[in-house]
Ligand binder design. Structure first.
Ligand code: F6P
Ligand code: MN
Length: 313
């Protein structure tokens, strides 16, 4: 793990962080106006992978791309764009983002977010991102919810900042987030139950059996439908999240994208004492082979994730 001491962040990373924060603060204002402004949830097309794009997906991508120009980001990879863009030929950083995560929640006033992952840039645009997830130098998310929050790691713990709506600045709210080792809640899209693989079925049966089963304690079920919101809940009070591979066409590797969803969330969670796996290997030991590839994703409280990994055999 390339750890950056948060008190010694490289000077040339500050403009990137500033642009992310300023754009996040702007986006939170756009989102807060919600139904008073132009429709943010209107369908405007499809991205390269056939996912429906909403107006806010495209707006967020355009805002981050524009704000990151001139900040030292050499390569910019976005869920909303098929190819990596070169923003600054001399830049030191490669930044991947899901500019607007949880788009199905845009029009229902439920938390949505931005996820980002930063690697040192190499000359080759794609190769900058197709490397072990452990080589990320920073990862974070911005959650647009009742509060606008920024969770951020440089590989030496996970910090939480809150946007002060009065000043437009993100202020430190928690210097070191810590995921409890035991989980009281589990999260999975239960409507896919009939498609699940055996280890996932087994884990959910254990969780549902609660105090009458091997677990000997009850668990609650939660599913928000925004990865950022679920991750924030788990970073705050523990729990597990599963988006496993399943038997549906196109879900052989689950739903979530390795480079700009799974890898950054895995780094944030592990830096807060949790664990993240694809079922068989720690996410941070894995290397993406394609920019938009999917990865089965299980993360959360360490003891529970270890149990899920054990069930995968
Ligand atoms: O970005 C993909 C995403 O919207 C995540 O934010 C969320 O965790 C998941 O997909 C929701 O999946 P489903 O549509 O199966 O509920
Ligand atoms: Mn997403």
């Amino acid at each position: 793990m390339t750890a950056i001491d948060p008190t010694h962040i490289p000077e040339n990373l500050y403009p990137v962080l500033d642009a992310l924060c300023a754009t996040g603060a702007q986006l939170s204002q756009v989102i807060a106006r919600g139904a008073l402004g132009p429709s943010l949830a209107a369908g405007v097309g499809e991205n390269s992978d056939g996912d429906q794009q909403k107006a806010l997906d495209v707006m967020a991508d355009e805002m981050f791309e524009a704000a990151l120009r001139g900040t030292g980001v050499r390569h910019y990879a976005s869920e909303e764009q098929e190819e990596v863009l070169t923003l600054d030929a001399d830049g030191a950083w490669a930044l991947a983002t899901d500019p607007l995560d949880g788009s199905s929640n845009i029009d229902v006033n439920v938390t949505i977010g931005t996820i980002f992952s930063i690697f040192p840039a190499t000359a080759d645009a794609n190769a900058s991102f197709l490397r072990p997830a452990s080589e990320q130098v920073a990862a974070g998310y911005i959650a647009y919810g009742p509060q606008c929050l920024l969770a951020l790691t440089f590989g030496a713990g996970t910090m939480l900042f809150a946007l002060d709506p009065g000043t437009g600045r993100f202020e430190l709210a928690q210097a070191r987030m810590q995921v409890p080792t035991q989980a009281g809640e589990f999260s999975i899209n239960a409507s896919n139950r009939r498609h699940w693989i055996a280890p996932v079925r087994r884990y959910v049966e254990e969780a549902e059996a609660g105090e009458t089963g091997d677990k000997g304690r009850n668990m609650n079920f939660r599913w928000v439908g925004s990865l950022v919101a679920e991750t924030h809940r788990i970073l705050t009070r523990g729990g597990t999240f599963l988006y496993p591979s399943d038997a549906r066409n196109g879900y052989e590797n689950g739903r979530l994208r390795m480079v700009y969803e799974v890898a950054p969330m895995a780094m944030l969670v592990e830096q807060a004492g949790g664990q993240a796996t694809d079922g068989t290997a720690p996410i941070l030991s894995l290397t993406a082979r394609e920019l938009h590839e999917r990865r089965p994703f299980v993360f959360g409280s360490a003891e529970e994730v270890a149990r899920i990994a054990a069930l995968h055999g």
